[in-house]
Design a protein around this ligand. Structure first.
Ligand code: SF4
Length: 485
């Protein structure tokens, strides 16, 4: 019998990681195939190398259509089908794909959505309630981040808030019971600029949705928390951290002395959260901006300072990201990326020592870089966008009740973004109505150059996965579509 500790099993499970020997992995696969009597020894000899190659391919390039890999390996359909059957029966190969440099695509996004079977509704054109709904309640934002797509000066009228909050409340009320993460609060603009946010949060929590709030935390003051006690019913506060000094904040957000205020807000939040024993989690989201890679280590000092403010209630999580917008000024230079790899290792070591309770998520690109390789980043272009989008999987609703098909489109006045509004929720029109009509009427949006910027990383991954699944089904690989599910 083999066990999880068997070195052969280990050789297979790590075969997509950089630096691992494909020959040794193939020998281990051959052994597992025969030991488990999955195929005769002569077939195992021929299959093992191909199976390892498949795991390596999808651990690095998760969105390749199956038939492209079949052709690349020069296999006929019968032989490839047999290999895919064997692949499914060796869980170590699945593990290998997920442990590969692109594993975060699988574990963070694709597989959780596959478990909910949400891709099928899109592929079949079936109207179902969106699996994930983002509430965008913020009428304005006090920052002007240089990478943000928002239109300077554009905001929602304050007079729209009463009806808007009623529309968002109705969206909460009609959300089908299910995954607790299906509702979240983000933007669009800054959610804490909406004085009714606490009530919406409490309403959602009462329905079993402890929402995560994406915020810049500038308005997360003691007064806000006193005026809006419902905010304590949040599942998590995820603060976008734009630096660790006033100068860095000003350079990024255009706002003077903003770090000092965010820092004070978070320190107080830590103390209040601990004092109330509130279950709300606190996390930071930090984008590694060009020229700032070295400053990453200082972020941990800030986390340690927040930890010290509330002994026993350390900061829960830190999400590190590269700028994913694909805008030319967002990319790190080649030299800085090389340096970043070493910085990430030092960062990991410092985090272990200084902030051991912190759960760090490196995201798609940085995870790969940390593993010593470059992930193939998904880059959807207008020609690979899906004109009917994926509203059965996710939509975003702003404070006018407008239902946006992509996460970066929900900003007032953003040119071309209104084409991505599926409809408006109101007293006589539910979110299910809006999405149902959009899907049933087979409405579509013809993508134009630049529209890809309306999609965030999640939208891009979902689109890439749907394109892949569609190609697999069309090529006759429906039973194995997408390799892992
Ligand atoms: S990125 Fe967020 S905080 Fe910055 S300007 Fe845009 S909406 Fe405001």
């Amino acid at each position: 019998m083999t066990s999880a500790l068997d070195p052969r099993t280990g050789a297979v499970a790590l075969c997509a990681a950089p630096g691992h020997d494909p020959e040794a992995a193939a020998a281990a696969v051959r052994h597992l195939l025969t030991e488990r009597r999955l195929c005769p020894p002569d077939e195992a000899d021929g299959a093992a190398g191909h199976l390892v190659a498949l795991a390596r391919h999808y651990g690095n390039r998760p969105f390749t259509p199956l038939d492209a890999v079949r052709r690349e390996r020069g296999l006929d359909t019968d032989r490839f089908r047999r290999l895919l059957d064997l692949f499914e029966r060796l869980p170590e190969l699945r593990e290998a794909v997920i442990a590969g440099p692109s594993g975060q695509y699988w574990s963070n996004t694709v597989l959780p959505l596959e478990r909910r079977s949400v891709f099928d509704a899109v592929l079949e054109g079936t109207p179902v309630h969106p699996h994930i709904v983002g509430l965008y309640p913020g009428p304005s934002c006090m920052f002007r981040c240089h990478f943000c797509v928002r239109v300077t000066g554009a905001r929602y009228p304050v007079s729209a808030l009463a009806d808007g909050n009623a529309a968002l409340a109705s969206v909460i009320d009609e959300m089908p019971a299910g995954s607790a993460e299906s509702l979240y609060v983000s933007g669009g603009l800054e959610p804490l600029t909406n004085p009714g946010l606490g009530d919406l949060v409490r309403r959602a929590a009462g329905r079993g949705f402890p929402m995560t709030l994406y915020t810049n935390a500038f308005a997360l003051t003691e007064q806000t928390l006193e005026r809006q006690p419902g905010l304590w019913d949040l599942g998590a506060v995820r603060t976008s951290l734009y630096g660790v000094s006033d100068e860095e904040y000003e350079a990024t957000t255009g706002k003077r002395r903003a770090f000092g205020r965010v820092r004070a807000n978070l320190l107080r939040f830590q103390r209040l959260r601990a004092g109330r024993e509130a279950p709300v989690r606190l996390g930071l989201n930090h984008i590694v901006l060009p020229g700032r890679a070295r400053r990453l280590l200082d972020v941990l000092d800030f986390v340690a300072e927040l930890d010290a403010a509330a002994p026993g209630r350390p900061v829960d999580f830190l999400n590190l990201r590269e700028d994913y917008s694909a805008r030319p000024d967002g990319a790190l230079s080649a030299a800085e990326r090389t340096e970043l790899q070493d910085i990430l290792l030092a960062f990991e070591e410092k985090a272990r020592r200084l902030t051991p309770a912190l759960r760090i998520d490196y995201g798609y690109a940085l995870h790969a870089l940390k593993s010593g390789t470059e992930a193939e980043l998904v880059r959807i272009r207008p020609e690979t966008m899906r004109p009917r989008a994926h509203p059965q999987i996710a939509v975003q609703v702003d404070v006018l009740g407008d239902v946006y098909l992509y996460r970066e489109a929900g900003f007032p006045g953003l040119e071309g973004a209104d084409r991505y509004i599926a409809g408006r929720v109101g007293p006589d029109r539910s979110l299910s109505d809006v999405v149902g009509e959009f899907v049933t009427a087979r409405r579509s949006v013809a993508p134009r150059a630049g529209d890809e910027y309306f999609m965030d990383g999640f939208d891009q991954v979902v689109t890439a996965r749907l394109n892949q699944l569609e190609a697999d089904i069309a090529a006759g690989w429906a039973a194995h579509r997408g390799l892992l599910r």
